[in-house]
Design a protein around this ligand. Structure first.
Ligand SMILES: Nc1ncnc2c1ncn2[C@@H]1O[C@H](COP(=O)(O)OP(=O)(O)OP(=O)(O)O)[C@@H](O)[C@H]1O
Ligand SMILES: [Mg+2]
Length: 284
């Protein structure tokens, strides 16, 4: 049976979309059947990265207006790569009206809200059972919002992404205590991804030695304060850190985040995503 994995965070801009897209790409290139879902209904971005306006959106599926085959777009029609496996992408639409519909807040329609949530669960089952997905990868909205919570609730693995240097630690810890702790109690695996840690973006003269250290997994330049903060998070909620990903200033301005590891297969960022894939593959 395949696995459902979500990338979530308390604050916005932590790297969820970048990591989810590159992670999905690498899984597909390893031969897996992968479904990447943009569930950031409040601020969807994958359709702009892929530069693609689908005829049907995940929103339509949730409202019984489209089938799974209508909304899942085979990436071969989107990008010019050949995977050993398979990558399909589901896009979401996030206008004001769409959000009202999704939250069932038009006419305060609770029934519609429940129906959509049922369809959401059915989508997961359909992908895992009928489509034989190896991985469903979900990009979510930050914070405690209706569809983020729905997404992490149906995930087997939740990767909570923190952006070093811009932590809202109190908020994150509160969210972990209030929401993640019960997910963990019910058998979900939750791990921290520490993104944009120190260690790469250093003066140019030091770059070679830093590169070597990062490649060997020894991030000697990791900020001591960040390490202390990490201990606090881990200590309080017993959520382990799965991976530290340095800040790579040279890739952050790329418009199509998805293409990063394809464009730069030798970049240390690619090595990090490979590490993430290996760790997820080895989780029970
Ligand atoms: N390790 C990294 N090094 C450098 N830049 C990064 C790294 N990870 C992400 N970024 C950059 O940070 C910015 C925000 O990333 P991204 O859009 O993936 O975050 P997000 O969590 O999906 O944001 P939102 O919550 O708004 O959806 C992007 O410009 C991205 O290229
Ligand atoms: Mg995003």
């Amino acid at each position: 049976m395949g696995k459902c994995i979500s990338f979530h965070s308390y604050k916005g801009g932590t790297g969820k979309t970048t990591l989810a897209a590159n992670f999905s790409y690498l899984l597909a290139s390893k031969g897996y059947k992968v479904y990447l879902l943009d569930l950031d209904f409040y601020a969807p971005s994958l359709y702009s990265y892929f530069n693609f306006e689908p005829q049907f959106w995940i929103n339509d599926y949730l409202r019984n207006k489209a089938d799974l085959d209508d909304i899942m777009i085979d990436s071969r029609s989107l990008i010019d790569f050949k995977f050993e496996g398979n990558l399909s992408v589901g896009f979401s639409k996030g206008g004001k009206e769409d959000i009202y519909q999704l939250e069932g807040s038009l006419l305060n329609d609770k029934e519609q809200q429940v129906r959509q949530f049922r369809n959401f669960i059915a989508m997961r089952e359909d992908l895992l059972v009928n489509k034989e997905a190896d991985f469903i990868v979900m990009d979510t909205s930050p914070g405690i919002r209706y569809w983020s919570i729905n997404s992490i609730v149906i995930s087997d693995i939740v990767l909570l992404t923190l952006k070093m240097g811009d932590l809202d630690l109190r908020g994150t810890i509160k969210m972990i205590k209030e929401i993640y702790s019960s997910l963990i109690e019910h058998g979900s695996v939750c791990k921290l991804l520490l993104n944009r840690v120190a260690g790469y973006c250093v003066p140019h003269s030091d770059l070679d030695s830093v590169n070597k250290n990062i490649m060997s997994g020894d991030s000697v330049y990791k900020n001591k304060i960040d390490r202390e903060l990490e201990k606090i998070v881990n200590g309080l909620v017993k959520v382990d850190t799965m991976l530290e990903i340095p800040c790579y200033c040279d890739i952050q301005f790329k418009e199509k985040e998805f293409l990063t590891i394809h464009e730069f297969p030798e970049h240390p960022f690619t090595t990090k995503i490979k590490d993430l894939v290996n760790q997820v593959e080895n989780l029970d």
